[in-house]
Design a protein around this ligand. Structure first.
Ligand code: XCC
Length: 654
């Protein structure tokens, strides 16, 4: 008998998959078994761009292809497999960039409304960051009010989306050498929307039919995400809702409460979640919950919205992407409140087996068969209260079929780029110097960003956790966002005691500074924080003069969303070696794959790799880090790290 595939390493997930089966609820883990991935689409060899097809041009497996056969392996229009694969890849980047950037645009609109006094209930929380942004963007400070400054910043930010010429303003934050490289290659993005539109145009039938040229636009579009839409979102959210600082919380389905109204906020944009976090505390709401027989209201997050309110308020997280339906399976969730992105339509069908109300709140994302209550940011508190009341009204409908898995793990989150700066350098001399010094002296071998989704094609959380453990064991400090961060938080890697999993050098630094070896940096949009942290390392000196010189690497070992491809591409375009697991969407074409996996390194100093085995993936990253250490001339330092008393005392001064 064939061995049954491990679905998850998370016991709460396993328990709820079993309950779902008993209750007759069809969840993603089961659908992934019945709906097999299309092998031709998975490797990027299917073109559905026009109605002469869809055309399928897969590699003939196991046979050597003659030049004549290769000449005939084309679409009806004559598009070569290279063009088809590259077009598909670019479209993923465009979609991912559009998603992050439309989030950024929405935040900018709210930011402007707050500055103009048109969104009561919200206010500018981080004045220091506001002023820093004003300096970065050339906005006059003088004796103007925060609101006046914010209006100028908001208007400049909004223009970045529709700008037609020049280049995105935040590109100037990158190391000078990187900026030059982008300009020389012609990939400095002009305006965010413009790059997405051009990507869609160029991949339309009969336009750009040179795969290298298509992939060039791929980098330009992705950079408009990382150094554009995503960075604008993170920066303005921090000003509006506060820049995260370390905060203790808990994660996993065990954060749901038997005797309270459980509301899960799921999706990506933080404004509704922010307001819900505030009005959940309102005595009037708590009284209302009590009038329905509940002890109170329990708010918990899911996916990236969870990361946003975790980072700023310590609101507990119910789970990551693959747990969204399972939260409903507990039978204890009165409402799942969703906005945009990563929201499975399967929620609607699972909710039919329980009493849970699925409430959509954004005009851009409705789901058939669910309740729509649009969030009105100009009347945010009342809008949020109406949603809460609808959830509370549903509490008496809860059946006896409730089982909350008894699993939750402590974690520390809130490591913004600014916080890392303070933690390492101290409040009065905030700096990345101690990090750079510890990299140079070899206690820390390098830094890895491990990010991205869950994918039911691989064992849930296992790939993230195995990769991250391997990295920290080898003295690589890990920065995390998204569902990957949640996987490792559930596995207990986000507390200082996790230093026991780290190599000796990394463990010493963590113990001295008082940080975990794995740092939770926020939502996927906050991968821009990792770009800023890496840039700060370059600017601090001693580790080369470009991002591509740093001993760093990136990974998204369980990715599934197009957004992950956009993120990976802006890291590669910024000079970072980036490893993806699970599946890879160009494997059907050797030339395109070779270009991404090898040739890009010569152009950008960064390149892609695909490795589904997490340990091998981590080893590729470590080998890359060692290669960079050698190029910097600091490879010998690690051999000398013997931790005598003098060195320990020096470390204590950090
Ligand atoms: Fe979505 Fe952002 Fe992926 Fe998780 S990591 S599945 S994109 S929630 Ni962003």
């Amino acid at each position: 008998m064939a061995e049954e595939k491990v679905k998850s390493i998370d016991p709460a997930t396993i328990e709820m998959i079993e309950k779902a089966a008993q209750d007759g609820a069809l969840v993603v883990f089961e659908r992934a078994e019945t709906t097999k991935a299309c092998p031709i689409g998975a490797e990027g060899s299917c073109c559905s761009i026009c109605a002469m097809g869809p055309c399928r041009v897969p590699l003939p497996r196991g046979k050597t292809e003659t030049p004549e056969q290769k000449r005939k392996r084309v679409g009806v229009c004559g598009a070569t497999p290279e063009t088809i694969t590259a077009r598909n890849f670019l479209r993923k980047i465009a979609a991912g960039t559009a998603a992050h950037s439309d989030h950024g645009r929405k935040v900018t609109e709210i930011f402007l409304a707050v500055a103009k006094g048109e969104a009561p209930g919200f206010e500018i929380k981080d004045e220091q960051k506001l002023l820093q942004l004003a300096l970065d963007l050339g906005v006059e400070i003088g004796d103007r009010s925060n609101e006046e400054i914010a209006i100028d910043i908001g208007e400049i930010a909004l223009k970045e989306f529709g700008k037609q010429e020049g280049e995105l303003l935040f590109l100037k934050r990158a190391p000078l050498k990187r900026q030059e490289l982008w300009r020389n290659l012609g990939v400095a993005p002009r305006g965010i929307d413009r790059e997405v539109v051009e990507a869609m145009h160029r991949t339309n039938m009969g336009v750009d039919q040179d795969y290298k040229n298509l992939l060039l636009q791929g980098v330009r579009t992705a950079l408009a995400d990382g150094w554009g839409g995503s960075m604008i979102a993170t920066e303005l959210q921090d000003v509006l809702f506060g820049t995260p600082t370390p905060i203790l919380s808990q994660i996993n389905l065990g954060v749901l409460k038997e005797d309270e109204v459980n509301i899960i906020i799921h999706g990506h944009e933080p404004h509704l979640a922010e307001m819900l976090a505030v009005v959940t505390q309102d005595p009037e709401i708590i009284e209302y919950a009590k009038s329905k027989g509940a002890k109170g209201v329990n708010l918990a997050g899911m996916c990236c919205t969870a990361n946003e309110i975790l980072m700023r308020h310590g609101v507990p997280i119910a789970g990551n992407f693959l747990q969204q339906e399972l939260a409903i399976v507990t039978g204890a969730v009165e409402a799942m409140v969703v906005d945009v992105q990563c929201i499975m339509q399967g929620l609607a069908s699972v909710a039919q087996c329980y009493h849970t109300k699925i409430i959509t709140t954004d005009a851009r994302a409705k789901i058939e068969g669910t309740t729509h209550m649009e969030f009105e940011e100009h009347d945010a508190a009342n809008s949020a209260k109406a949603i809460l009341r609808a959830a509370i009204d549903n509490f008496p409908n809860r059946s006896k079929n409730v089982r909350i898995p008894n699993y939750k793990t402590d974690m520390i989150a809130g490591f913004s780029h600014e916080t890392i700066n303070y933690l390492l350098g101290g409040l009065f001399r905030a700096s990345y110097r101690p990090l750079n010094d510890n990299i140079i002296n070899g206690r820390i071998r390098g830094v890895a960003g491990v990010v991205g989704c869950n994918n039911p094609r691989v064992a849930h959380d296992d790939v993230h956790v195995s990769m991250v453990k391997e990295l920290i064991k080898n003295d690589v400090l890990v920065l995390q966002t998204g569902c990957s961060a949640m996987a490792c938080a559930k596995a207990g890697l986000m507390v200082p005691e996790a230093a026991k999993y780290a190599g000796e050098g990394l463990a010493e630094v963590c113990e001295t500074v008082g940080i975990p070896p794995v740092l939770f940096m926020g939502a996927c949009i906050d991968n821009s924080r990792i770009l800023m942290a890496a840039t700060a390392m370059v600017k601090d000196g001693g580790l080369g003069d470009d991002l591509s010189d740093l001993p760093v690497a990136g990974a998204a070992p369980e990715w599934m969303s197009e957004k992950a491809i956009a993120i990976g591409q802006y890291f590669v375009g910024s000079g970072v070696f980036t490893v993806f697991g699970a599946t890879w969407p160009t494997l059907g074409n050797e030339e395109v794959t070779k270009f991404l996996f090898q040739d890009m390194e010569e152009m950008y100093g960064g390149k892609w790799a695909f490795e589904p085995d997490p340990i091998k993936g981590a080893q590729l990253m470590i080998a890359h880090i060692d290669k960079k250490r050698k190029a910097l001339g600091i490879d010998k330092a690690r051999e000398r790290v013997l931790y005598d008393m003098e060195m320990r005392r020096e470390l204590d001064k950090v």
